[in-house]
Design a protein around this ligand. Sequence first.
Ligand SMILES: Nc1nc2c(ncn2[C@@H]2O[C@H](COP(=O)(O)OP(=O)(O)O)[C@@H](O)[C@H]2O)c(=O)[nH]1
Ligand SMILES: [Mg+2]
Length: 181
Amino acid sequence: MERKIIFAGPVGAGKTTAIGAISDIPVVSTEGAATDEVALRKARTTVAMDYGVLQLADGGKVHLYGAPGQDRFDFMWDILTVGGIGLVLMLDQMRPDPVADLEHFLDAFAGFVKRTEGAMVIGISRMDLRPGATVEPIRAKLLEKGWNVPVFEVDARERDDVRRLILALLSLVDPAVRRFR
Ligand SMILES: Nc1nc2c(ncn2[C@@H]2O[C@H](COP(=O)(O)OP(=O)(O)O)[C@@H](O)[C@H]2O)c(=O)[nH]1
Ligand SMILES: [Mg+2]
């Protein structure tokens, strides 16, 4: 069975890294030189999408699509979500206001998440860079807004962390999904 999942979130949250950490093929990226405010954060950024594939133990495939983080590419978000079965929202603990980022992306992807009947998980990255940070403010905001979404601390560079995130999403969609290595 073939399934498509989407990674979304702000620039620098670790979407490209996460897909690279878990994909069984070298990631296909459309990175370009960063311009405007993003150039202050990193030299290259995803301008259209990232693509990777994860092979499941049962022979199934999960197609992994990373959406560009910048709002001016938000027209890509509607294109990328077509046929998707779930959303991984990556948030970055080092951003000035991760809770504001959460609200922004919940609004932007609400239609998609509704179509998938709530197939969404959240990964909070770069926790290691801010000692003492917790995911509680994110959980509190989700609760306040009535979103029942699993939240994980992830290091996007760690395959096991990304794996846990994707397994959680797949089991929301299909509780019988087989484990993968
Ligand atoms: N220290 C640390 N760095 C991370 C973590 N997750 C991702 N990164 C780094 O953050 C940077 C931005 O990641 P990238 O995948 O380009 O973000 P994207 O814009 O969402 O695609 C990369 O240098 C990653 O290696 C984490 O949990 N801890
Ligand atoms: Mg990227």
